[in-house]
Design a protein around this ligand. Structure first.
Ligand code: MEV
Length: 447
């Protein structure tokens, strides 16, 4: 928005307008109205039906925002090969994942195991009646709630999932009269957010009826006050453990100036620093999520939910810490990651988004558990690549090399200039100013 047009405004009924009119309103707020419309329209899909699908994923859509879709080959997880789909804008992430995958493909690949697939939902409520009566009737309440949610859970149960347990949690030491109904779920191959939330809302409504209708609570004021019902994105029991290991001597060739022993010790120390220092841990874990989020987006999964769970899990022992760890025992190096990953391979965007569907096909249509193992392997691969660079040559050489194209595009370099720049910067340090200077020299020489 231009300075001149910056003002306070309220747009009423915007969501009810057709897309073209929304676009027009947005363009009117800009200095360059014609270019704005042209730009935003240029990213519309040429196939009207396909564009409609994208428009309907969200609201008030006026265009599509492109993010590159890349592939990291050579991922071997539990002896099975995968081409990992990665949707990410950061230039070095796919290269880092690919180089780690390649390295570990020659050293036994990634191993992974599922430690659990349980998800949690909560009904938060105040109980102002007699606690003993609540406790006494809880078994009956549970049966009642299972009965009342049957129409929602039937299909999930036929797939082997459903409600696993319903518990009463006394939280009165934190907030007066505060209790929770904690419900655990198995949502099979679906991420299950809608399923869980539908069950919880039904449970909350049914609870109120139960207490109103049951004789021992009758005649009293309303005992039970529902505050809210919602799934928890913290899924410590929907957990995957992934690792790589090799003989320390197999790390000998990683860096010219370091033996395998020295590399392994320095690597371990770098991870130890992330274990004890939240500043470093945050960046360290961000490197893990570089890979995991990219797979989550490529497969139509909710990366915000996955990130939130991961960061909470990283704080489970009271301080924010590294999600990955190193063990060196005698001549063996082991690098592992334990992370909650609530992922799905059916429902939601996984089948609606044509590229999410393609990603899953490219992975051989995995179950949710298999996808958890693949995504965590990609996360561990990115983490390995980052620490390997950090404790050897530093990350900027690789990063800036990958960033070279972005800088060249920024200066509107031609195809020929790009070719010459790539050759030149094989042997020179890339920085914004060194690329600018290179192009200036090149352009003045060819004048
Ligand atoms: C950059 O996207 C990620 C890293 O900063 C991760 C790390 O420092 O471990 C390289």
């Amino acid at each position: 928005m231009s300075e001149g047009k910056k003002r306070k405004f309220i747009l009423k009924g915007f969501s009810k307008l057709i897309k073209e009119d929304k676009l027009k309103i947005v363009a009117e707020m800009m200095d360059n109205q014609v270019e704005t419309v042209e730009l935003l329209k240029s990213f519309w899909h040429k196939d009207v039906e396909r564009q409609k699908v994208f428009d309907e994923f969200s609201e008030n859509t006026i265009s599509n925002f492109y993010i590159p879709y890349g592939v990291a080959p050579n991922f071997i997880v539990n002896d099975k090969s995968y081409l990992a789909p990665l949707v990410i804008e950061e230039s070095s992430v796919v290269a880092a994942a690919s180089s780690s995958a390649r390295f570990w493909s020659e050293h036994g690949g990634f191993k992974a195991e599922i430690k659990g697939v349980v998800k949690i939902g909560q009904v938060h409520f105040l109980w102002e009646g007699d606690y003993k009566k609540l406790q006494f009737s809880f078994d009956e309440l549970k049966m009642f709630l299972r009965e009342r949610t049957k129409n929602i859970t039937a299909k999930m149960e036929s797939r082997g999932g459903g409600i696993l347990n319903i518990e009463l949690v006394d939280m009165r030491d934190k907030i007066d009269n505060y209790f929770q109904i904690k419900v655990s779920f198995d949502t099979r191959d679906s991420m299950g957010a809608n399923f869980i939330n539908s069950c919880l809302e039904e449970i909350a409504n049914s609870m109120e009826n139960f207490f109103l209708e049951k004789d021992i609570f009758k005649g009293k004021e309303k005992n039970c006050k529902i505050i809210m019902s919602i799934l928890s994105n913290y899924t410590p029991d929907c957990l995957v453990r992934t690792w790589v290991n090799c003989k320390i001597s197999e790390l000998d060739n990683i860096d010219n100036d370091m033996s395998g022993d020295e590399f392994a010790e320095k690597f371990k120390l770098a991870v130890k620093i992330a274990e004890i220092d939240p500043y470093r841990a945050t960046t360290h874990n961000k490197g893990i999520f570089n890979g995991i989020d990219a797979v989550a987006i490529a497969t139509g999964n909710d990366f915000r939910a996955i990130e939130a769970a991961g960061h909470t899990y990283a704080s489970k022992d009271g301080a924010y810490s590294s999600l990955s760890h190193v063990q060196i025992e005698e001549d063996n190096f082991k690098f592992y990651l334990e992370i909650p990953l609530a992922m799905g391979t059916v429902g939601g965007l996984t089948s609606l988004h044509p590229l999410a569907k393609h990603s899953l096909q490219m992975l051989g249509n995995p179950s949710a558990e298999e996808l958890m193992m693949i995504a965590s392997a990609v996360g561990l691969a990115n983490n390995f690549a980052a620490i390997r660079s950090l404790v050897t040559k530093g990350i900027q050489i690789g990063h800036m090399k990958m960033h070279l194209m972005n800088i060249l595009n920024n200066f509107k370099a031609t195809k020929d200039e790009k070719k010459k720049a790539v050759e030149h910067f094989m042997a020179h340090k890339v920085s914004f100013s060194s690329v600018e200077q290179f192009l200036l020299n090149l352009r003045s020489a060819t004048k």
